[in-house]
Design a binder for this molecule. Sequence first.
Ligand code: TRP
Length: 362
Amino acid sequence: MEKIILTGDRPTGRLHLGHYVGSLKRRVELQNSGEFDKIFVMIADAQALTDNADNPEKVRQNIIEVALDYLSVGIDPAKTTIFIQSQVPELCELTTYYMNLVTVSRVQRNPTVKTEIKMRNFEQSIPVGFFCYPISQASDITAFKATTVPVGEDQAPMIELTREIVQRFNNVYGETLVEPEILLPDNEACMRLPGTDGKAKMSKSLGNCIYLSDTAKEVAKKVKSMYTDPLHLNIDDPGHLEGNCPFIYLDALSHGDQINRFNPDFADLDDLKARYVKGGVGDGTVKKILINVLEEELAPIRERRKVYENDIPAVYEILKRGSEEARRVAAATLADVRRAMKIDYFDDAALIEEQTNRFTSK
Ligand code: TRP
């Protein structure tokens, strides 16, 4: 069986470091591993509209931002099909059919949707489209017969629901769809990168993000004001690592000999941690190392971004061609689905003959 990746993001803002360590970096590695037959990366504008119905301009503006973020981290349109969800209407049709296979109470149990409903104050009145987006996400995944969905852990309930829909569909209509597997980030610290304020998650609405498109100056400023250890008042006080942002970021992002290279006083990250815990290492020292680690990662991304920013029509052309390719693939799956569901009336010569006989043999 072919190995196929599908994943995506809602275009509601520029992508940040949380997206980068949680998924983007891995996507580029997977893309370049040569292990996958096809890779699809989707800009989920239709899903973004499920809770931004009154703000289409925001979604429209962020499509290009997200595309630039993708291209600048190294997602390569020669290897990966980048496309826009709304330009593949076949996905909507699949969603309509899948809705029959899922109960309201099943969707209500989705912990990610529950959290989002609270965050958006939707408790009183949930848009139906928003409520159903996990089902539409199952369409996104199955339309491409994806075997592998690399996403953060908050997306696990969506993949689980997709698997249930696939099982249900195949049971009822015969073996048609492919059950996907989730592929979680492999580094613990990447699972949920906290915001610079130490809050649970980096998120635009909390204003605690480091963006991939931030300048070096902006990044340094954000690191300097990062939440560390409130009990570590003097340099000589023992420090605590738990919830300490610079250390969490170093866990997620530093590699090789970086710590030693950027501050020869320390052998490696373990040495830095041990001495911070013991007391005697200031937060400023840790932050300086982190700024260097981040710059080594972000500078080439910024460079590549500039190249694409100088040719925006070419970026739209990439998205257009990707969307055309995605549409071809989704249409083929939809044809399979229609056949399995027995709603392929005009392509079914046997049906026409059967009905002919039924009515002429009377
Ligand atoms: N729900 C994802 C997010 O919030 C975006 C998304 C839509 C997605 N469809 C998908 C991710 C299919 C993976 C697979 O970012």
